[in-house]
Write a protein that binds this ligand. Structure first.
Ligand SMILES: Cc1ncc(COP(=O)(O)O)c(C=O)c1O
Length: 389
């Protein structure tokens, strides 16, 4: 049996060693605190669960759903965008339901990348941008996200010849893994760049609502001309604690949405209608759970940032996402530092190298455990004698 080259092209799984050590530690009775996984620890809001309960009993939800998403779901997305960002979306042509945003993100590459084509992707970045380019037999060209540029790609630095050949660019703000945010002036530069080089812009907006201290995000589509060149991927996963439900959507440029739908109609058969009905409830029902979650995450964030800064780090309060991007101890690689934290303190973090070469020198923690466990993690770090000074 010979697997396809595209499988062999996928980089080795970098977290394998840490996974093995984690399993060993658990076997040895270590009380592991896992700050590695970006998965909300709180439940889906009750109104959404109740809606699913009701919808699942209705036999009309049991057959194949429409490929694009139900009319009600697309209408709800359009309304949510209008209320939240003042962006008008035609629910018939500019909105598409996804089986979680990851599904749409992976498939958009098949819609735009031919063998040998170039994608422009952030480094560090959500790993799917790179692997999906490789699955389409394309070349990922990485745009470094550097601290001195506030983790925004420097578009001037993109090689002109590469830009001319590129078909698609991914950006992602609020950003995983750096927690950086982007403002409209950056999006304006991206639109200009896209028009100059005729590139599709894909904005991954999975963390749009997870923001702190009064900060609110802007949609890429708020910028003039953005809809001519781009689409935005959104997810109910983090906004409504619905990671397991698999529901997201793509909005924006209708040619891009239509190209994505051609791939999807040949690969999947849409999202279970009962889940879409629950999604309508999430988008149109009470939104107070979002603020409640953001309060919880910001309290956890404060503990980590204040305490690590006492140990010699110089972390600024993050404005968004439940991630904190932390420089490793001086001279330590991200894998070594992650191993060190696991061995000395029983804490799992994600090595930055897993997000690309420019992630080296950092680890990512996810604030997805109870405040008490965050405090416990910090206590253990203090006891291990770590100091960044
Ligand atoms: C940046 C980013 N985009 C997309 C996703 C995918 O989310 P989902 O497929 O659950 O919508 C994630 C999940 O962690 C993410 O971090």
């Amino acid at each position: 049996m010979k697997v396809a080259q595209r499988i062999q092209n996928i980089p080795p799984y970098l977290f394998a060693e840490i996974d093995k050590k984690k399993e060993e530690a658990i076997k040895n009775g270590v009380d592991i605190i896992d700050l590695g996984i970006g998965d909300p620890d709180q439940p889906t809001p009750c109104n959404v669960i109740e809606k699913l309960n009701e919808s699942v009993k209705d036999p009309k939800t049991h057959n194949y759903p429409p490929y694009q998403g139900t009319a009600e779901f697309r209408q709800a997305v359009s309304l949510w965008y209008k209320n939240r960002f003042n962006v008008e979306l035609d629910p018939n042509q500019e909105v598409m339901a996804l089986i979680g945003s990851k599904e749409g993100i992976a498939h958009i590459f098949l819609a735009f990348i031919d063998p040998g084509d170039i994608s422009l992707i952030p480094d560090p970045g959500y790993p799917v941008y790179k692997t999906a380019t490789l699955f389409a037999n394309g070349f990922p060209y990485t745009m470094p996200l550097l601290e001195e540029n506030n983790y925004l790609p420097d578009l001037e630095e993109v090689d002109k010849e590469i830009a001319q050949k590129a078909k698609l660019m991914f950006i992602n703000y609020p950003n995983n893994p750096t927690a950086a945010v982007a403002h409209k002036d950056f999006f304006e530069r991206v639109v200009k760049f896209a028009k100059k080089y005729d590139i599709l812009i894909c904005h991954d907006f999975a963390y749009s609502e997870m923001t702190f201290d009064g900060y609110k995000t802007s949609s890429f589509l708020e910028v003039e001309g953005a809809k001519d060149v781009g689409i935005e991927f959104h997810s109910l996963s983090k906004t409504y604690n619905m990671t397991g439900w698999r529901l997201g959507f793509a909005v924006g440029n209708k040619e891009a949405i239509s190209a994505l739908s051609i791939i999807k109609t040949n690969i999947d058969s849409g999202v279970f209608k009962a889940i879409q009905q629950a999604g309508v409830e999430a988008l149109t029902g009470p939104q107070d759970n979002i603020e409640k979650m953001n309060q919880i995450y910001s309290r956890r964030r404060n503990i980590v940032i204040n305490e690590l800064n006492q140990l010699g780090w110089n972390l600024k309060p993050t404005k968004a996402t439940f991630y904190i991007w932390i420089p490793t101890l001086k001279g330590m690689s991200s894998i070594d530092f992650a191993n060190f934290l696991l061995e000395k303190s029983g804490i799992i973090v994600t090595p930055g190298i897993g997000y690309g070469e420019f992630g080296e020198g950092f680890v990512r923690i996810a604030l997805t455990v109870e405040e008490k466990r965050v405090e416990e993690a910090i206590d253990r770090i203090k006891k291990s004698g770590i100091n960044q000074e």
